[in-house]
Ligand binder design. Sequence first.
Ligand SMILES: [Zn+2]
Length: 143
Amino acid sequence: MGRKPIPLAYRIDENGCHICTSHKPHVRDRYTQVNRGGKVQYMHRYLWEQINGKIPDGMYVLHKCNNRACINPEHLYLGTHAQNMRDVAKSGVRQVIPDKVIELIIELRSVMPTRKIARIYDVSQSTVSKLHNGTYNRLCQDT
Ligand SMILES: [Zn+2]
């Protein structure tokens, strides 16, 4: 066997989501990844399999909470690709901005420069402006 696996650590946020702190999310898709036995796989899939057994072919492990960083087994469920696409469409293609954050961004916009808010919440400046003037469409890809 190769290197020792990194022990799993996570924090629990206000939604009960388990946010992994020991493993980094993938830069592009924000899913946490894990290397087990030389094989890199998605953490939420790995954990789901540890508890429920092998994921059937063609099935996806989906998030009830729409938080890709979440690895709470209770927030995961098995679904089809179509269900996954529906969830993605519901939550916004590029990233999920929780309602609470949207409210905060809108509130902060009157006291803080767009650039600063964008940095704090890790969203683009155009997203901040769109949220502020009410033209942000959660169903469309943010540009
Ligand atoms: Zn969750």
